[in-house]
Design a protein around this ligand. Structure first.
Ligand SMILES: NC(=O)C1=CN([C@@H]2O[C@H](COP(=O)(O)OP(=O)(O)OC[C@H]3O[C@@H](n4cnc5c(N)ncnc54)[C@H](OP(=O)(O)O)[C@@H]3O)[C@@H](O)[C@H]2O)C=CC1
Ligand SMILES: CC(=O)N[C@@H](CCC(=O)OP(=O)(O)O)C(=O)O
Length: 312
């Protein structure tokens, strides 16, 4: 039977990108609502119940509403791209590479929470090192990041691109999340296997897509004797055998002195880079990804493939 897929929020930034990725597929059937009716609750309910998989590309409150609309339904499976369910133990966390068993968990799950874009980078760097016993769960982690402005959805896109708008942002780069209570922190702590919430310092640059996520560490606060080579080896071992998360060779940082947040735009991949100089006691772990690729829509499609049994 051809799986029926409904994207609730298909006309937003993440939804449109998922639609593009699924265009022309004959092995799935797309259920759709015209853009003008995108907020019509009756139509949404009808589609949610008719779908085999509903992909929610909505703000948190609207995503919760969609899940509530499925009350009594036992067949529709859900991938939620919002923050609403990412630390909910009843939902599978949709980061297939974070553990060897995760892809199978996603494949079997009824409810899947797609990770946030920043947490994909941060957890992708942190979790394998905690699991390997190199990074203590108590380490006072900082996560510093820059994102393209599509990360803020239609509203931020309009603020950045529309010079005539009252709330136009002219700044070429800005910090935000200054209250240190960003909605991604609980997810980074839980799925990063950290005991202590990381300090998260996000920023936005005047470019549409792309992202760098940095986790700087002091080696003397890690497991005794940890070197850059050992950290690199642990990451490379963890991600061996798949082709979405790539650990770049040790030394990349010295041969390529700049890292470009847009380097993986329009791909669904993520690259991890171990930066520093062996022997000087510090490391900066960096993830490069497209916030709309592995950071959102690419991951949602990857999860859908797992759920319909099509993933490699
Ligand atoms: N952009 C990104 O890089 C990432 C986004 N996400 C998450 O994906 C989700 C969607 O974000 P994004 O695509 O960026 O946001 P957008 O604002 O671009 O799109 C959201 C869409 O949802 C629609 N919508 C809003 N409220 C309702 C409602 N009550 N009922 C029906 N439709 C509604 C909007 O319609 P309208 O035009 O009328 O407002 C819009 O089409 C969010 O939860 C976000 O946090 C996750 C990872 C990365
Ligand atoms: C640049 C920007 O504004 N980014 C968004 C996060 C984008 C994202 O990952 O969305 P989720 O929160 O659903 O994960 C923010 O910081 O709120």
């Amino acid at each position: 039977m051809t799986p029926k897929i409904f994207i609730d929020g298909e006309h937003g930034t993440t939804g449109l990108q998922i639609r593009q990725r699924l265009e022309g597929r004959t092995d799935i059937e797309m259920l759709s609502i015209p853009e003008a009716d995108r907020r019509n609750a009756d139509l949404r309910r009808e589609m949610l119940h008719a779908a085999d998989i509903a992909i929610l590309c909505l703000p948190d409150d609207a995503a919760r509403e969609s899940v509530a609309m499925l009350d009594g339904n036992t067949t529709t499976r859900v991938i939620d791209t919002s923050t609403a369910n990412r630390v909910n133990p009843d939902w599978a966390y949709g980061f297939a590479e974070m553990d060897k068993a995760q892809a199978a968990k996603i494949a079997a799950a009824r409810f899947v929470a797609n990770p946030g874009c920043y947490p994909t980078g941060a957890i992708g760097l942190i979790r394998p090192l905690v699991s390997a016993g190199l990074l203590p769960a108590t380490y006072p982690i900082s996560v510093n990041a820059v994102s393209g402005y599509t990360g803020g959805g239609k509203q931020l896109i309009a603020q950045m691109e529309n010079a005539g708008a009252e709330d136009h942002i002219a700044s070429p780069h800005f910090l935000y999340g200054l209250s240190l209570a960003h909605k991604h922190v609980p997810e980074m702590k839980l799925h990063g296997k950290l005991d202590r919430a990381p300090i998260f310092a996000p920023s936005v640059g005047k470019f549409a897509q792309g992202m760098l996520v940095q986790v700087p560490l002091h080696l003397d606060l890690l497991a005794e004797g940890t070197t850059l080579a050992r950290l690199h080896e642990a990451l490379a071992d963890h991600y061996a055998g798949q082709n979405i998360v790539e650990v770049l060779p040790l030394g990349t940082a010295t041969s390529a002195p700049r890292l470009d947040p847009t380097a993986l735009n329009d791909t669904d991949r993520m690259q991890l880079i171990v930066c520093g100089t062996e022997g000087n006691g510090q490391v900066n772990l960096v993830a490069v990804l497209d916030n709309l690729g592995k950071g959102a829509s690419g991951a949602a499609v990857q999860n859908m493939e797992l759920m319909i049994g099509k993933a490699a």
